[in-house]
Design a binder for this molecule. Structure first.
Ligand SMILES: [Zn+2]
Length: 186
């Protein structure tokens, strides 16, 4: 470039050039944001984020989720995960305890996650009580008797969205593609 030559002032540019520049600027801003954020955290409460297994790492599923065709019909409102007797149970995602106590003959712990999802576990021995906050991966209790699976130690894990039971495995396995969503404007 010869000495003294300068980029023309933005206001002196034709409209289409200005438009191109603003699109480019927006693209650069998006790139900068993705670099800044890096990968999403492994555990979270959003429905598109991965949760952690509440017991073990990829434990055997002793009984699959079987959504009842009608709310009053029988089915299996969760999954039964193989566990070791008295083994630790971890919070699959951040949340707050909304129930800890006995339901009829079994000890139950319920955690309210953000985004309206609720995890329920049984049979669980816990020191937590209603209102306690928990972080993903934190030990929230231990497998207790009576075992939900009879002669074998297991954890029953149910997830509700509102009053609807959904398959908990969708939050810990690759049932869905991982998608990086655009950020909302600030
Ligand atoms: Zn069960």
């Amino acid at each position: 470039m010869p000495a003294g030559s300068r980029m023309p002032a933005i206001s002196a540019m034709p409209g289409w050039v200005r438009q191109c520049l603003s699109v480019l600027a927006a693209a650069l801003a998006v790139t900068a944001i993705s670099i800044h954020l890096g990968p999403l955290p492994a555990a979270g409460t959003g429905t598109s984020e991965r949760w952690q297994w509440p017991v073990g790492n990829n434990p055997e599923v002793l009984r699959e989720f079987d959504k009842p065709p009608e709310p009053w019909l029988s089915g299996h409102r969760g999954v039964d995960l193989a566990a070791t007797g008295a083994g630790p149970i971890r919070a699959p995602a951040d949340g707050q305890v909304s129930y800890a106590g006995w339901v009829v003959d079994r000890p139950v712990l319920t955690i309210e996650h953000r985004s309206g999802l609720r995890s329920s576990f049984e049979s669980v021995e816990t020191d937590l009580s209603e209102g306690d906050t928990v972080s993903a991966g934190e030990v929230i209790g231990h497998i207790s008797k009576p075992w939900h699976c009879g002669s074998r130690a297991c954890l029953h894990w149910g997830v509700r969205r509102g009053e609807e039971y959904v398959n908990p495995l969708q939050f810990v396995t690759d049932l869905r593609p991982s998608v990086l969503l655009p950020l909302p404007p600030h």
